[in-house]
Design a protein around this ligand. Structure first.
Ligand SMILES: C[S@@+](CC[C@H](N)C(=O)[O-])C[C@H]1O[C@@H](n2cnc3c(N)ncnc32)[C@H](O)[C@@H]1O
Length: 257
């Protein structure tokens, strides 16, 4: 099945713009302040896949100077409406040429890579984002865990898509967001931890730490599976130094005919 970004759609953008941090989404954001505090020095950030600006506004609240970028015009239009003073830009796929190399302390990406198909496009984007990082910079990427597509959640349902159980890394999977008016399923790309690690390596990025946010019974939400299966995975990444980059290339030599 050909993949197309479901967020390039005015109705979806309108519905998504009303979403803050209910239920399962709360878990994606809950630990970010602490994670960012631990790993990131400096306050200059780019929010890759800013959507309607929720993640960008989140960073601004923590004192970051942020530019939000996205490929979907409808989403960026909404982001600008919600935050007229903010800096939101529509970009073309993996085209970051308008930004200086090494300009950012933090690249944040919340859910964006769920919607980037194929190893080639993931690597192109990770490579491009890596170039934007300062040497001390960090890329924090929040993505869906493969289990999100085969279970029920406070904010999502997948029970109508039993075929998700047979999906392999790179396959399209469907999920319904229950907190928003637009109940059309979202099509994401399932991507395993193993495939992410392969993509990071190819892009010259190194995992500093991985987090899995489990829910706590004491939290004021009607958790479904969140207390025992983490719906999200959070990768903190840095650029490989030259030696690590060369070692990666030796481990995975480029195939020649
Ligand atoms: C689920 S939304 C998340 C938006 C925002 N980060 C948040 O947490 O509210 C994912 C966004 O990633 C964007 N996106 C998908 N592929 C992209 C790409 N290659 N480059 C930039 N943005 C992309 C989509 O258009 C969509 O707005």
């Amino acid at each position: 099945m050909e993949f197309s970004n479901v967020y390039e759609d005015a109705k979806r953008a309108e519905a998504y713009s009303k979403l803050e941090f209910p239920g399962t989404y709360y878990l994606a954001y809950r630990d970010l302040p602490e994670i960012i505090h631990t790993h990131v020095k400096g306050r200059k950030a780019i929010d890759f896949g800013c959507g309607t600006g929720r993640s960008t506004r989140f960073l601004k609240r923590f004192g970051f100077s942020v530019v939000g970028v996205d490929i979907a015009q409808d989403m960026v239009k909404k982001a600008r409406e919600l935050d007229p003073e903010g800096d939101y830009r529509v970009i073309r796929e993996a085209d970051f040429r308008q930004f200086a190399r090494g300009a950012f302390d933090l690249v944040l990406s919340v859910f964006t890579f769920d919607n980037v198909p194929t190893m080639e496009r993931k690597v192109q984007n990770f490579k491009g984002l890596g170039i934007l990082l300062k040497d001390s910079g960090r890329l924090v990427s929040v993505v869906s865990s493969p289990e999100i597509y085969t279970h029920e959640w406070a904010s999502f349902s997948t029970k109508d898509f039993p075929e998700n159980k047979h999906a392999k890394s790179g396959d399209n999977v469907r999920i319904v967001q229950t907190d928003i008016e637009d109940k059309r399923p979202v099509v994401d790309v399932l991507w395993t931890d193993k495939s992410y690690r392969e993509a990071f390596k190819k892009a010259g990025l190194k995992v500093v730490r991985t987090y899995k946010p489990w829910a706590k019974e004491s939290e004021p939400y009607k958790w479904v599976n969140e207390t025992w299966i983490a719906p999200w995975v959070i990768y903190v990444l840095k650029k490989c130094n030259k030696l690590e980059f060369v070692n990666n290339a030796v481990e995975a030599p480029i195939k020649r005919n």
